[in-house]
Design a protein around this ligand. Structure first.
Ligand code: FAD
Length: 442
């Protein structure tokens, strides 16, 4: 069998883009944005619609971060899961967060429509899948609680799962009704083009090396130049601690591996069923995600994640993890012994201690952060655009207010590494017990 291909960024953007020129010399703007993913681009577009002069600085090309690498599940998931959110934030706050996440999905759908891009979006919803009897009660209870509180989910019992003909590893599940799945590369590159068309100056291949924000105006420097502006938006999510040395105690990067198979034949698809082509993610503590692509492949991943000491951006070429994935894929899709994983890639998600995003401004109201989407940033990063734009423009925004809370800091290293390792190992142990039992026929 041929060794799998490894993409440094992802197959979604493997074709590359015609780069915008790097920042050179001294430039002035009303607002400077650092980071060209969903957050930075959506903010730039919204501000431009208000006539604001925006400069956006990106260290590689727009879309080369998580926005151009992700798994493509457009979900209204927020927090670790809904029952955990109720436990930690209380019922009414949890419902507000869930409604926020739903609005974020709808805003993203509207954005896709406005861009007029075919990014292969299919509004199938996402199914949280139960594989083992131990998954049943938490899923059923969680769905019951969410449904009672008016959150758009429904429990799928064994009969409904078989009626839908979901892949055989799925026994029951919970469907999140809004959202679906899409081609992240097509979406983020369309957003980039819209931002350019709107007249935003984008500087690519321009890593920010220094931010001078103690006084007004703010100066943001790269190796080749500087942008001077009254306001700054930091939209660097998981990269923030490593590349800007900021928010180290609030957000940390975790490397996630994804894969895609070769295209399946019609006969192979027939064997597996899955006619509704729903996006799936498992109810494991460290989830596995799977979705059908428009070109007939299956893509998926997550589960085994890595944290780099000091919040460094760890490497993604991980042959042991790739081997684990090939073995796991064969177990989850036994009806596809003749389908193999063709390629791997991955990226860094920005995690926060309470699994909620951070929308934080400095005391002077000149620097604004939109970061920490905990792996749900297709919707929440896109929706951060109007949230950040309102803050920049000094307008009230109820969504921003929703996320004002006390943020508990992560401990410094080496304790941070030990805590994160401790949590990920504990979650792995729980999942391993379930998986071992499944292999024994449990
Ligand atoms: C493997 C993977 C799978 C995922 N799957 C899903 C999913 O299925 N569904 C979902 O909703 N979310 C998913 N996510 C999360 C989602 O992709 C992110 O939350 C979202 O893309 C964040 O967008 P962003 O614009 O905030 O950050 P990013 O897209 O990461 O953009 C930040 C940008 O900042 C740039 N930058 C960093 N430092 C500097 C600097 N010093 N100077 C200039 N520029 C800088 C980076 O190059 C990058 O382009 C996944 C993420 C990963 C990595």
């Amino acid at each position: 069998m041929a060794p799998p291909e490894f993409f440094e960024t992802s197959p979604w953007i493997a074709g590359g883009v015609q780069r915008q020129p790097a920042l050179a010399g001294a430039v002035k703007a009303d607002v400077v944005i650092i980071g060209g993913g969903f957050t930075g681009l959506s903010t730039a577009l919204r501000l431009r619609e208000e006539g604001v002069d925006v400069a956006l600085i990106e260290r590689d090309h727009c879309g080369s971060g998580a926005s151009g690498r992700n798994a493509g599940h457009l979900t209204p998931t927020i927090g670790k899961d809904f029952p955990y959110l109720v436990k930690t934030a209380g019922k009414s706050r949890a419902v507000e967060y869930a409604r926020f996440a739903d609005r974020a999905v709808h805003y993203t759908e509207a954005m896709i429509a406005k861009l007029g891009v075919d990014c292969e979006y299919v509004p199938t919803g996402n199914v949280i899948t139960g594989l083992h009897p131990r998954h049943r009660k938490p899923l059923a209870d969680g769905a019951d609680l969410a449904a009672k509180l008016g959150v758009g989910v429904a429990f799928l019992d064994e009969a409904e799962v078989r009626r839908r003909n979901l892949p055989s590893h799925v026994r029951f599940g919970v469907i999140e009704q809004s959202g679906g799945h899409l081609h992240p590369g097509k979406y983020v590159l369309a957003l980039r083009q819209a931002v350019l068309d709107a007249g935003v100056r984008i500087f690519e291949d321009s890593a920010v090396t220094r931010i001078e924000d103690a006084a007004s105006p703010i100066v943001v420097r790269t190796a080749g130049g500087s942008v001077t502006a009254e306001k700054l938006v930091i939209a660097t999510n998981a990269y923030t601690p490593a590349t800007l040395g900021r928010m180290k105690s609030k957000v940390f990067p975790v490397r996630v591996t994804l894969f895609r198979t070769a295209p399946l034949t019609a006969q192979q698809w027939h064997r597996i069923g899955w006619e509704g082509r729903e996006a799936l993610y498992t109810a494991h503590e460290a989830m596995e995600n799977y979705r059908p692509q428009a070109d007939g492949r299956i893509s998926g991943g997550s589960k085994w994640v890595q944290y780099g000491y000091g919040s460094t951006l760890t490497t993604g070429h991980l042959p042991e993890v790739f081997a684990q994935w090939r073995a796991l894929f064969a177990r989850r899709f036994p009806e596809l012994p003749d389908v193999s994983i063709e390629s791997f890639w991955g990226g860094w998600i920005g995690l926060t201690l309470d699994f909620l995003p951070i929308h934080q401004a400095n005391a002077r109201g000149t620097v604004f952060h939109g970061i920490g989407y905990n792996g749900h940033g297709i919707a929440q990063g896109t929706y951060a655009g109007p949230m950040l734009a309102d803050q920049v423009l000094g307008r009230p925004n109820a969504e921003v207010d929703l996320f004002r809370r006390r943020l508990f800091p992560l401990p410094p290293e080496p304790l941070r590494w030990l805590v994160i390792k401790g949590i990920t190992s504990a979650l792995d142990r729980i999942d391993n017990r379930v998986d071992t039992d499944l292999e024994r026929g449990g």
